[in-house]
Design a protein around this ligand. Structure first.
Ligand code: IPM
Ligand code: MN
Length: 363
């Protein structure tokens, strides 16, 4: 199969981790006989530095003509210290989401038995946790207009907007996922306060009627925030609006023991984007210490979601689990004093994949 991908490393540790993920993609393509071609492009702070735009048109064009986008991370502290700065790296990411129509962000939350010790939560509460969070990604308070400040600078405002079309497509997508899983959907909102949430409920209740097999539950976001940590095994598919989803998925990362291992897929009208949920971790940039597993698992999602190549995705997941079992991991998830560099973990996984496949072929 021909695979044409765009690689957008972004900022901070983005370069190091996408390099490892790309290495994994290359070896998988070699072993399965896929014809891989890729283009690298700028986004975020590095794009501002180079061309004065966090999401240059050339980058958008490369994304549009690719079958999938591998994305690293975005953000630089330089822009955080100046709250009024006109151009921010994050705008690049938001613009990409909007222009590619990436309305659904899918974040699987699955615990690994070998990482339970990293979580501050008790092991018997978090073993075998397996749910997915579906976050609406192109609407809500992230994009609502007006957004800004009054002339005297003493008032600031953001606007949360949702249309029935936006709610409809994301909730339907969530039901489709629920149908393929345990047929249980939790719709998270704040309908006791927000008008947008009340519209979510109204639209959702209509769709609910079309899926009688699915057990639907509506839950307020504050309650959901508590339940996710208290009884994570309770959940199967969660769907929620943009900002709630952003917050709940970082929270959910605590269950898995590390933000560094969680991948995500953003899908919508144009090319899908695959990225780890962690940020650009600027303090670690260039040190070869960042955890590449979130990016490598995002590559697994890329094979599965963008190319429907399930064996390839499964093999990557198997290799990642093997690296964890063999304790070939970065410091953040190391059990003992011995830990490995970003590139060593990546290389170990690449080697595993090349060997594993040869074994299979010999069978
Ligand atoms: C994420 C990030 C982004 C978001 C930031 C970098 C704009 O936190 O992908 O979760 O808030 O969506
Ligand atoms: Mn976030």
């Amino acid at each position: 199969m021909k695979l044409k991908i765009a690689v957008l490393p972004g900022d901070g540790i983005g370069c190091e981790i996408t390099e490892q993920a790309l290495g994994v993609i290359k070896v998988v393509c070699e072993k399965f006989g896929h014809d891989l071609s890729y283009n690298k492009a700028l986004i975020g702070a590095s794009a501002i530095e180079a061309v004065g735009n966090p999401y240059p048109d050339t980058t958008h064009a490369i994304c549009m003509e690719s079958d999938a986008v591998l994305f690293g991370a975005i953000g630089h502290p330089k822009y955080d210290t100046n709250p009024t700065s006109e151009m921010r790296p994050e705008q690049g990411l938001l613009e990409m989401r909007k222009k590619l129509g990436l309305y659904a962000n899918i974040r699987p939350v699955v615990t690994s038995p070998y990482l339970l010790f990293k979580s501050p939560l008790r092991a018997n509460f978090i073993d075998n946790v397996d749910f997915i969070c579906i976050r609406e990604l192109t609407g809500g308070i992230y994009f609502g207009v007006p957004q800004g400040r009054s002339e005297d600078g003493k008032t600031a405002y953001d606007t949360c907007i949702y249309t029935t079309i936006e709610i409809n497509r994301i909730v339907r997508l969530a039901y489709d996922y629920a149908m393929q899983r345990k047929k249980k959907l939790t719709i998270v909102d704040k309908a006791n306060v927000l008008a947008t949430s009340r519209l979510w409920r109204q639209v959702s209740r209509k769709i609910e009627e079309e899926y009688p097999e699915v057990e639907t539950e509506y839950m307020f976001v504050d309650n959901a925030a508590m339940k996710i940590l208290q009884t994570p095994k309770y959940f199967d598919v969660i769907v929620t609006e943009n900002m709630f989803g952003d917050i709940l998925t970082d929270e959910a990362a605590v269950i898995t023991g590390s933000l560094g291992v969680l991948p995500s897929a953003s899908i919508g009208t144009h090319t899908s984007v695959f990225e780890p949920i962690h940020g650009s971790y600027p303090q670690a940039a260039g040190k070869n210490i960042a955890n590449p597993l979130g990016a490598i698992l995002s590559a697994a999602l890329m094979f599965e979601y963008a190319f429907k190549l399930y064996h390839e995705g499964k093999l990557i997941r198997e290799a990642v689990n093997a690296s964890i079992m063999a304790s070939v991991v970065t410091e953040d998830i190391a059990k003992n004093k011995k830990f490995y560099k970003t590139s060593e973990v990546g290389q170990w996984i690449v080697n595993y994949i090349s060997k594993r496949y040869m074994l299979k072929k010999n069978l």
